[in-house]
Design a protein around this ligand. Structure first.
Ligand SMILES: Nc1ncnc2c1ncn2[C@@H]1O[C@H](COP(=O)(O)OP(=O)(O)OP(=O)(O)O)[C@@H](O)[C@H]1O
Ligand code: SF4
Ligand SMILES: [Mg+2]
Length: 331
């Protein structure tokens, strides 16, 4: 992955407000970013920051209010659902709750077959059977499982089926929206490894949405840190985790439990207070009501997302680096 790889998706000024009137919920408020071919881009941020809304807009499950979504160079934001139809098979989503997203009355064979049919793939009984067996094998399930129903599987197995269904149509782009959070911790690692393997094998381009900072660090090439519908920081994963430059990123990382037992004592929740309502966000910098470095000017001016090092962007008015909370790792 490098800067020369072609962008698959280019998002500019993307916006989604829910509700009318003078105080709509500003779920996503003018975000711009690129996802390159073969890249896994992570989005992290607290609950309600707009992660799912972004993911759903990118594949046009939700209509944006404003902004561009270029997919292979073509702006798909203004397309009607009908115009989107030929593109549907090229973008897929893996949902958080694998049970809710699988029809309980359908055998796995039909669930996967339906995905193939919708897009006119693997027609004819023999080809279809072969493709279903191949898909199950791909996600580490036995071919005879095709005749079972969703409830006959464990949570982890169901999520594998969700992955198989998304991959059935050989998409160019997959949104994975908290694909692990409904799973037992003990099986999360298996699904992470599966996604990692598929990414290597097919060069899959993915938007990976998660609360779990460790999984994001493991799986993603670059990461977006989102707060109240705005991007606070974007950087290559290693840079973001070792040299977080935005006060919000620093607080998020400091608040997350440190896995290394020798460093457990360093767990320092710096994030105090609640997230303000996205229907009435603070003036100036949206993070200012919780920012340990806020100054009066932060209420006046909204910081622009600016490149502070190659590929490393942050939206903060103060450019003197704060004493980094992760100095121990960075050095
Ligand atoms: N259909 C909707 N109608 C009204 N408000 C909505 C709708 N969907 C989302 N929102 C609001 O938009 C904001 C962003 O929601 P979103 O689901 O994108 O956040 P998220 O970052 O995915 O959160 P979580 O981590 O809890 O999944 C929230 O304030 C949410 O309540
Ligand atoms: S602009 Fe001000 S309030 Fe916002 S993150 Fe920077 S220092 Fe904190
Ligand atoms: Mg969500």
């Amino acid at each position: 992955m490098n800067d020369k790889t072609n962008p698959l998706i280019e998002v500019r000024g993307l916006r989604k407000y829910f509700g009318a009137g003078s105080h709509p919920v500003r779920a996503v408020d003018g975000v711009s970013f690129t996802i390159r071919e073969g890249e896994t881009l992570g989005i992290v941020g607290e609950s309600g920051s707009g992660k799912s809304t972004i993911g759903r807009m990118l594949i046009r499950l939700l209509d944006p209010n404003d902004g561009e979504i270029r997919f292979q160079g073509r702006d798909i934001a203004p397309l009607s659902q009908r115009q989107m139809r030929p593109l549907r098979s090229r973008m897929q989503i893996i949902f958080q709750d694998p049970y809710a997203s699988l029809n309980p009355r359908m055998r796995i064979r039909h669930i996967l077959g339906e995905a193939l049919d919708t897009h006119g793939l693997a027609q004819g009984k023999a080809r279809r059977q072969a493709r279903i067996a191949e898909l199950l094998d791909l996600v580490g399930l036995r071919p005879e499982y095709a005749d079972r129903y969703p409830h006959e599987f464990s949570g982890g197995q169901r999520q594998r089926i969700g992955v198989a269904r998304a991959l059935a149509v050989e998409p160019d782009f997959v949104v994975a929206d908290e694909p692990l959070s409904a799973l037992d911790v003990s099986i999360q690692a298996q699904v992470v490894n599966l996604l990692c393997e598929l990414k290597e094998r097919f060069g899959l381009t993915m938007l990976f949405i998660s609360h779990d900072l460790d999984v994001v660090e493991f799986l993603c090439d670059r990461v977006i840190v989102l707060y109240l519908g705005k991007i606070m920081e974007i950087a290559p994963t290693e840079t973001l985790y070792r040299q977080p430059r935005h006060p919000y990123t620093q607080a998020l990382l400091a608040a997350s439990p440190v896995p290394d037992p020798a460093r457990r004592g360093e767990h320092r929740p710096l994030l105090s207070g609640d997230i303000p309502s996205p229907a009435d966000p603070p003036s100036g910098c949206v993070f200012r009501t919780r920012c340990p470095r806020a100054r009066p000017e932060c209420a006046e001016t909204e910081p622009a997302l600016a490149e502070i090092a190659p590929g490393h962007w942050k939206a903060c008015l103060r450019d003197d680096p704060a004493p980094t909370v992760l100095q121990g790792i960075a050095s």
